[in-house]
Design a protein around this ligand. Structure first.
Ligand code: NAP
Length: 287
């Protein structure tokens, strides 16, 4: 008898992993004698950033966290922003401080980030916490890459011994992603805008994390049937719909597993932000 083997592509739904993490956070928050507090600062009126900040504040309320939403005008000076961060550093009620990026061009991002008290650095961007991450001595890790690791674990996708390719080397996604994958036992290649022949890397990898910030940059020909593809990119098309850095319709029935856009990486980023804020609050308040 002839057996027909069907190729099934697994959808990696960040929402499922995020919901699981929220249950754990809610359980832990109930056992605390305080409400963890997250402060989010937004400078300017970028519509996408406004949406992201709104979602974070809403999630704080749902989880029983306190929150501070600090909206500053586009022409805020660097000195005024530093003063605002300093006051949050000194505020004993605030556990985590998130400065929504990107900042307006006249503000030096690294100066602002370094001003955040490392004990309140919820996205692990200060050099102190980034150093701990590099030495594998971290208690929390940047939200998007650590969310991806959890999502892979939740779907029983093995990283140890696998070849992983990360596209993009930003401080917030690509670079920490490469460290976390390496710490999980993968052999990691980090590609960027100067990499020759990206396809030669992605095509042979077991796991590909795409974070280039270019709509539908990669497609079916960049992967193979057993590829696990994580699409970090998020872009709004002219018709209002969302797309990622990968041409999802080409891979959705082809690769072994992929994260959709939306409902893939995005929900995990917010969940890890809440998780990190809870961890920072415990480290600072529970002796
Ligand atoms: P970013 O700071 O703009 O970094 C993009 C990276 O991609 C850079 O390292 C750049 O290389 C590389 N790159 C650009 N063009 C390339 C090319 N043609 N070939 C190979 N590499 C190229 O972006 P990011 O902050 O990491 O974000 C990446 C994407 O993820 C964006 O779409 C962003 O909106 C999305 N994102 C989503 C979430 C989420 O929760 N879903 C969270 C964060 C970010 P160089 O370093 O050489 O310039």
């Amino acid at each position: 008898m002839c057996k027909v083997l069907l190729h099934m592509t697994l959808q990696l739904l960040g929402k499922t992993s995020a919901d699981k993490l929220y249950l754990q956070i809610q359980k832990e928050v109930k056992e605390l004698s305080y409400s963890p507090c997250l402060a989010v600062i937004l400078v300017g009126e970028d519509p996408a950033s406004q949406v992201y900040v709104g979602k974070k504040i809403k999630k704080c309320a749902e989880l029983g966290f306190q929150s501070r939403k600090i909206l500053l005008p586009e022409d805020t000076s660097e000195a005024a922003l530093l003063k605002q961060i300093q006051s949050l550093n000194e505020d004993s009620e605030v556990d985590g401080i998130l400065v929504q990026l990107p900042l307006p061009k006249h503000i030096h991002e690294a100066t602002i980030i370094e001003c955040i008290d490392a004990k309140k650095d919820v996205d692990v961007l200060t050099s102190r916490l980034a150093g701990k991450l590099m030495h594998n001595e971290h208690q929390i890790a940047p939200c998007t890459p650590s969310g991806i690791i959890r999502m892979l674990e939740d779907h029983d996708i093995q990283m140890e011994g696998k070849d992983a390719v990360v596209l993009g080397r930003s401080k917030i996604v690509g670079l920490p992603m490469s460290l976390l994958l390496q710490q999980a036992g993968a052999t990691v290649t980090l590609c960027h805008s100067k990499t020759k022949d990206i396809r030669s890397h992605t095509k042979r990898a077991d796991i590909v994390i795409v974070a280039v910030g270019k709509p539908e940059f990669l497609g079916k020909e960049d992967f193979h049937k057993n590829s696990v593809v994580i699409d970090v990119g998020i872009h709004r098309r002219e018709d209002g719909s969302l797309c990622g850095d990968v041409r999802q319709e080409e891979i959705r029935d082809y690769v072994a597993a992929y994260s959709p856009v939306p409902k893939g990486v995005g929900p995990m980023t917010i969940a890890m932000l809440m998780w990190n804020n809870l961890q920072l609050s415990k480290l600072r308040r529970i002796k």
